[in-house]
Write a protein that binds this ligand. Structure first.
Ligand SMILES: Cc1ncc(COP(=O)(O)O)c(C=O)c1O
Length: 509
């Protein structure tokens, strides 16, 4: 009997490898021996259990519960009975207590084998649940920064775990010549939440922006100016759009570009929030304006009421493309699906990253259909833009589910309410402490600008961030003086209050 397409979509996956009994021999990671080893069941029995701990995503149980099956996929070490749920330590981060030995072991190997491009902190996270993280030694942290905005539904959200594990037993990737349902659902969700555009999926915010910039150049060739094809992109000072060559060019922070010149030509930066500055830069080569609706890395800078609509008018007057970089502000972070929706203005192209994957590597560029057509391989007779793994089924299953959960659980309203609560409490803290210059943000995207002249114990935001970590609190920074809060959209009022109380204790010194 033929099975309807609808039924096919809702059928549970066939039993797959994940649900089978464990193989006779298993690969086990042993930190003390420093690597993976193939062990028989008997050998596994004999191994001291403290050496291997399973990370159980989405589990409701204690963070480090040891199970025999854990041995198969153990990734970190700690005797759970002693350390699970341990409160964060006070004092310096590099204390050498016994409890920290597991973290230290991880970090030593980490430093030996990983590129040192990140200013890494001396803590090795092992497990997460909602707004909480736990390190390899069992200490607990409250996460008010969501992995730089990526884990927007918190850690190991039950529905996302289910979506990815179900998909993992069904289909991972088939290449982008073959349509798949998860990718279709994810693209549909973006269009329904935002504007009627068509999406291209990639892996990061930078390559989503790269796709947008390339598309703008095709548009500029189709619609040339007086001096030929147009390719110029105007973006803002203090903006951040990525670290690929084109996006470094667009990024309005010289320190990001330094050492990598020459960059592709055609990028110019102007002061943010200054319509006249944009107008003055438009010339016969300009094809688009690339703007973050709210600047993130620049320090949570909000536009004046008429800035984004004014950019729209300029684009319409000069036949330019308005490109909104929603990598930080997309997917509910600000209390609307996308940041631009606070200002009643629609872009021609928007780019997404970070939260759209919930922690999976996903970037997306959504363009009006008549623009997306410039990438139409059949119409253009060639592939103009592509990536092998973009839109793979695993990532897309998570993205599609993420949109569903945000809608189902009314997380946009929740983000707005939690954001308002946070700002209110922070303002009270501001009047109590007198070392905060300004608090600004929308929804759960909040900047706290410190007054570095107030004579407080810290010399910048980075010092506060490190001290917060010691007190079991993760926050972010931007520029020299801004603390950033970007908690998961699922944060509860009591978690939020607890985080702000910890922050106040840290700031008070
Ligand atoms: C607004 C914005 N756009 C683009 C990017 C680049 O994203 P990714 O780091 O995923 O390449 C970032 C990263 O912080 C960003 O904040």
């Amino acid at each position: 009997m033929a099975i309807s397409r609808r039924r096919l979509l809702t059928m549970p996956p066939k039993r797959h490898a994940l649900t089978r009994s464990p193989p006779a021999r298993a690969r086990v990671h042993d930190m003390r021996r420093g690597g993976f080893f193939s062990l028989s069941p008997r050998e596994r029995e004999q191994e001291p259990s403290a050496a291997r701990v399973m990370h159980r995503p989405g589990s409701a149980g204690p963070p480090f519960a040891l199970q025999p099956a854990a041995v198969r996929c153990g990734v970190a070490v700690c005797p759970p009975s002693r350390l699970a749920g341990r409160a964060p330590p006070s004092g310096a981060l590099d204390v050498t207590t016994e409890q920290q030995s597991f973290t230290r072991a991880i970090i030593e190997r980490h430093d030996a084998f990983l590129s040192p491009n990140y200013p890494r902190l001396p803590i090795a996270m092992q497990h997460g649940e909602g707004s909480r993280l736990f390190d390899a030694d069992g200490r607990e942290y409250l996460d008010l920064f969501s992995g730089f905005g990526a884990t927007i539904l918190g850690h190991c959200h039950r529905d996302l775990v289910e979506a990815v594990t179900t998909q993992a037993g069904r289909l991972w990737h088939v290449g982008n010549l073959l349509p798949t349902e998860p990718q279709t659902l994810a693209a549909k969700a973006i269009a329904e939440a935002g504007f009627a555009g068509q999406s291209f999926f990639s892996h990061s915010g930078a390559d989503a922006n790269e796709a947008a910039i390339k598309l703008a150049r095709l548009y500029g060739r189709e619609h040339p100016g007086a001096d030929g094809p147009r390719y110029g992109i105007i973006s803002a000072n203090q903006s951040f759009h990525g670290r690929s060559f084109a996006t470094m060019g667009a990024t309005g922070q010289p320190k990001v570009r330094e050492g990598f010149e020459p960059l592709p030509e055609g990028f110019v930066n102007v002061p943010y929030n200054d319509l006249e500055a944009v107008r003055q830069q438009i010339d016969s080569r300009t094809v688009g304006i690339l703007i973050e609706p709210i600047q993130g890395e620049g320090g949570i800078n909000l536009p004046d009421g008429d800035y984004l609509p004014g950019l729209r008018r300029l684009c319409d007057e000069h036949n330019l493309l308005l490109i909104f970089d929603e990598v930080w502000t997309g997917c509910g972070r600000t209390g609307r699906w996308f940041g631009y929706q606070h200002w009643d203005v629609t872009p021609d192209i928007m780019t997404l990253g970070k939260g759209i994957g919930g922690g999976m590597a996903v970037g997306a560029m959504c363009a009006r259909p008549e623009l997306a057509e410039l990438y139409d391989a059949r119409k253009q007779g060639t592939v103009r833009h592509a990536t092998t793994l973009g839109g793979n089924c695993l990532a897309m299953a998570v993205t599609a589910k993420l949109f569903e959960v945000i809608g189902r659980d009314r997380l946009l309203d929740h983000a707005s309410a939690m954001g308002a609560r946070a700002v209110q409490r922070l303002e009270r803290m501001q009047s109590r402490l007198g070392m905060i210059r300004e608090i600004r943000g929308r929804g759960l995207f909040i900047g706290i600008e410190l007054d570095l002249e107030a004579g407080a114990w810290f010399d910048g935001a980075a010092a506060v961030m490190k001290r917060c970590l010691e007190q079991g609190l993760l926050i972010g920074t931007a520029q020299q003086a801004v603390l950033r809060l970007a908690p998961p959209l699922v944060i509860t009022p009591s978690e939020l209050d607890e985080g702000i109380d910890r922050l106040e204790r840290v700031l008070a010194g």
